[in-house]
Write a protein that binds this ligand. Structure first.
Ligand code: GLY
Length: 450
């Protein structure tokens, strides 16, 4: 079978790695991602460098290469309607249509849907289409003592959402940022959402669905903040872990079961509204003193979370995607290894802070592989015996599986210390013993007051 992926993040690297086990991988990338290039070549496929958000280009490449199955895994191509165009051209595709993916590219749609179907799990929120509407909203939030998160309505690559107390110092700064979102149309937004800030622990579950049946991989815990101790600007995610059980160390088994019920409700609702959702519904949830609360949806795998899921997926990914496409998904035909996994992104020192210029680094891929660690490149290219960063995004991720999170984390750190050189930075605290103790303690506190 010939499979097609589009994009060049660590997420797509892990998808290419997994697909190459059982198919010829074809790819459209913005730059020559070394992992994707290697797996395309070793599987006998082909790649081009081009605008993978262009439905016309993707459909043409798929037709020319007689692709048997395309998997569209990132937000911008889904919003652009790449799946719609592929289906129209008669190409098998997994991933939601533009209408299905609205749950991600329109945050107002997502909040209103949640308010309709699960008001008890939906945080309080306000919507402003005009700067004049901001004063009464912020007056009310202040009066009620509700701290807020300011969210552009549209896609911002994880960098447009700002949180009071983390990125925004007080109501006035939050209001100024909300006005900026409207004024500059950040995320191409027609409106801005002012959402109650949730206190608790955030986690994500990436449900696989054919529109009706839902299969659940283990929950994942992502590190969106740039620096250790969860400080600094928000990022697309500096790393992530999952445990060998479906729930995370700070969750009870019942929290996972409750999360499943929430996600099932949403998928049923999308189905009954004729949204034709299929692929991955990545739901961000918060464990709070008041129980589970909804935070946001992605209509695709998270990045880095996808690398965790690909690391523990025991079934060929091609088979999972075929089951989604043919609406024959079942819990029996998707298996996960009972392993913890930890992913850490290496980034340029200026990542999420300033633009910077290209940096070179070296990795001993052979030794890293011998130690059972996977390398998933993102914004980097190979140049002779070294690698160079491209653009301003995350550079490369390392992933390990093990019997527990702390061991997997230590193995990634060890591989970075010994086999990576150059001025890249990463978060050593991801999945560390201290981190897990902190999260366990917090989880216990939250559940005792639930
Ligand atoms: N890790 C967050 C995202 O993929 O959007």
């Amino acid at each position: 079978m010939k499979t097609l992926i589009v994009g060049n993040g660590g997420r797509e690297s892990s998808i290419a790695t997994k697909l190459a086990e059982d198919s010829e991988v074809y790819a459209i990338m913005g730059h020559a991602n070394p992992t994707i290039v290697d797996y395309v070549n070793s599987s006998g496929g082909k790649y081009i460098i081009g605008d993978y958000n262009s439905p016309e280009l993707v459909a043409r490449f798929a037709e020319e290469n007689e692709i048997g199955l395309a998997f569209i895994s990132s937000d911008n191509p889904l919003e652009a309607g790449v799946v719609d165009k592929l289906l129209k051209a008669g190409i098998n595709a997994v991933g939601p249509t533009r209408k299905g993916a609205e749950i991600e590219w329109n945050k107002l749609f997502a909040m209103e849907l949640m308010q309709d179907v699960l008001p008890e799990a939906t945080p309080k929120f306000w919507v402003a289409h005009d700067e004049n509407e901001l004063d009464p909203i912020f007056d009310e939030a202040k009066k009620e003592g509700v701290e807020v998160v300011v969210k552009p309505q549209g896609l911002t690559g994880g960098k447009g959402v700002k949180v009071m107390g983390k990125h925004l110092n007080g109501y006035d700064e939050a209001k100024r940022y909300a006005a900026e979102v409207l004024g500059k149309k950040i995320g191409k937004s027609d409106c801005v959402l002012i959402v109650e800030k949730l206190e608790g622990i955030e986690f994500t579950i990436m449900a696989l669905t054919d529109g009706k049946t839902v299969v659940y991989p283990p929950a994942t815990y992502d590190y969106p903040f740039r620096f250790e101790g969860d400080v600094g600007p928000g990022t697309g995610g500096m790393g992530c872990f999952n445990d060998k059980e479906k729930q995370l160390p700070f969750m009870a088994k019942s929290d996972f079961e409750k999360s499943k019920r929430i996600i099932n409700r949403v998928i049923n609702e999308l189905d009954s509204r004729g949204r034709g959702f299929n692929g991955v519904l990545n739901t961000g949830l918060f464990l709070t003193k008041e129980g589970l609360k909804f935070m946001e949806f992605n209509a695709r795998f998270g990045d880095p979370e996808c690398m965790n899921i690909m690391s523990v997926l025991d079934t060929p990914l091609v088979d999972v995607l075929e089951a989604i496409r043919t609406k024959s998904l079942s819990r029996q035909n998707v298996q996960f290894k009972k392993k913890a996994s930890v992913v850490k992104y290496l980034v340029a020192p200026e990542y999420a802070l300033s633009k910077g210029s290209p940096r070179t680094f070296r990795m001993d891929a052979g030794k890293i592989g011998e130690n059972g660690i996977s390398i998933f490149f993102s914004s980097a290219i190979r140049e002779g015996d070294h690698f160079t960063t491209v653009g301003t995004s995350r550079t490369v991720a390392l992933a390990a599986t093990d019997d527990d999170i702390v061991s997997a984390s230590a193995r990634v750190d060890n591989a970075i210390d010994r086999y990576v050189s150059g001025s890249l930075e990463y978060r050593r605290d991801i999945g560390s013993q201290e981190e897990l103790e902190r999260l366990r303690k917090m989880g216990k506190l939250l559940r005792s007051s639930d």
